[in-house]
Design a protein around this ligand. Structure first.
Ligand SMILES: [Zn+2]
Length: 480
């Protein structure tokens, strides 16, 4: 069936860069874009009126965890001052005894919800780090049912993180845990690459620079090259990691990755905030930025996660100028990639102390072309003949937007996920009129609320204080 999207502003790709086609059309048939331009005179089976809308390539979320959703992230207020805003370690590391009660993955409700939640913000491709867990079949089936395009794989590391009864962080090392995890990840990658009718691709996701041994990281690169998949690792994500690596290896995390031959264009670094020269480090030595740029590795930047902690990348513009390919990730909650474009833009202005930094063009490129380059593809993140029919339509005709001159500026400065009208993945319409079509949203929300209550009730079982969720993270006002 041939479908024509008509009107609004079409973000076309001219082979080099995006360009805006006013009152343009996009034609797609099955999973491929057939035509992008001003007018299409051949017969079509269906016409979708997109007047007043931005017709955009679907966004690519380069850092996402389906296993961590609303209920977990409402616990993420940094409440341990001695952890220096070390995000997940402060709120997420359980006691040894309580570990089995913490952060339980729930494919059918929690993970399904997360994927639909991010899809509805216009994301058509997401990198789901560690979402598969140890029992991947139900996960793969669920991704297939949701309909999103997904780069997936289990996460693995040598370390398990725990907190003792006084809230001290413990690194529990185990060499076997790392190599077993890699073996399992390679098996997953081989078995499921191309699953879900080609919508699932696999990657290797070693945990973090401080939670994996250099030997495990070297084995990861070797295995990834052998089976032909890409790699993403959390790198320079918090001060604990920076200081642990500095103490252990006598160099920065980025220098360590370079030293062991880990960095190249098939690798992406999640977050990559605390590089040499960042103002929180008081470490103005070396040149991590140049190391990353010279290696060709990409960075997956999730600005909201850090803004919530009072931290900014220093800066998005500087990384771009150094020649680093940048992607945008959603990571925390809410997972709204349009808002994350805006956060990336504003954080860059603040870091640079410059109102011309964080240009809407650059953050939009990161959420489309940058994400595509990060996974090594030239058929997503753009609308041109032959590209995948992954399309997001955002309604700009609303009092919230007022008069529109530059639709990308309007998108980045004003839009949120609730302005997304239609999401098409592989030629299939998954969201229309702002509603996910493959299940009843109200029923899903009821299940999500019930799961959230369960997660919050379990907090005393695994949290080092043994206290209730309301004591650990008090609500804004007393709830009667
Ligand atoms: Zn992450």
């Amino acid at each position: 069936m041939k479908t024509l999207l008509k009107g609004g502003y079409v973000v076309g790709f001219n082979g080099k860069e995006h360009e805006i086609i006013k009152d343009g059309v996009v034609v797609f048939e099955r999973d491929r874009v057939e035509f992008v331009g001003k007018e299409y005179s051949q017969p079509v089976d269906k016409t979708i009126d997109a007047k007043g809308c931005l017709v955009s390539p679907g966004f690519i979320d380069t850092h996402f965890h389906s296993g961590i959703n609303a209920s977990d992230y409402l616990l993420s207020d940094a409440n341990k001052l001695d952890y220096f805003a070390s995000n997940y370690l402060a709120h997420g590391a359980p006691t040894r005894e309580g570990a089995k009660h913490a952060h339980l993955k729930d494919v059918d409700v929690g993970q399904r919800f997360s994927l639909i939640h991010v899809l509805k913000s216009g994301v058509t491709t997401t990198l789901d780090i560690g979402g598969t867990g140890m029992n991947p079949e139900p996960y793969v089936t669920m991704v297939d049912e949701v309909g999103i395009r997904c780069y997936a794989g289990p996460s693995y590391k040598n370390v398990s993180f725990f907190q003792d009864g006084d809230g001290r962080l413990e690194y529990d090392w185990n060499d076997g845990r790392g190599s077993e995890g890699l073996k399992h990840a390679v098996e997953f990658a081989k078995k499921f690459n191309g699953a879900c009718n080609g919508r699932m691709n696999t990657m290797l996701f070693p945990g973090h620079v401080d939670s994996c041994t250099p030997a495990l990281l070297k084995d990861t690169r070797k295995a990834a090259k052998e089976i032909g998949v890409r790699v993403q690792i959390h790198a320079t994500i918090n001060l604990f990691e920076f200081h642990t690596v500095m103490q252990r290896e006598r160099c920065t995390p980025i220098e360590l990755l370079q030293k062991i031959g880990f960095l190249d264009p098939e690798v992406s670094l999640s977050h990559c905030i605390f590089i040499s020269g960042h103002s929180w480090l008081s470490y103005p030595y070396g040149d991590d930025l140049k190391i990353i740029a010279d290696s060709g590795a990409s960075v997956a930047y999730s600005p909201l996660k850090y803004l919530k902690l009072g931290i900014v990348m220093e800066s998005f513009d500087k990384y771009l100028k150094a020649g680093i390919n940048m992607g945008i990730g959603t990571d925390t909650f809410p997972k709204d990639i349009i808002s994350d474009m805006r956060y990336a833009s504003i954080a860059s202005k603040v870091a640079e102390k410059s109102f011309v930094a964080g240009h809407p063009r650059d953050v939009f490129n990161a959420a489309t072309l940058g994400g595509a380059k990060l996974v090594g593809r030239d058929d997503i993140g753009r609308l041109q003949k032959g590209a995948k029919a992954d399309i997001t339509i955002i309604n700009l005709k609303d009092i919230a937007f007022g008069a529109v001159r530059d639709p990308i500026k309007s998108l980045v400065e004003t839009a949120v996920s609730r302005d997304v009208r239609t999401v098409i993945v592989d030629g299939e319409t998954l969201v229309d009129n702002g509603k996910y079509l493959r299940l009843n949203e109200d029923e899903l929300l009821e299940k999500v609320q019930a799961k959230g209550e369960q997660v919050w009730d379990s907090v005393p079982k695994w949290h080092w204080t043994g206290k209730s969720v309301d004591e650990v993270v008090p609500p804004a006002f007393k709830i009667k």
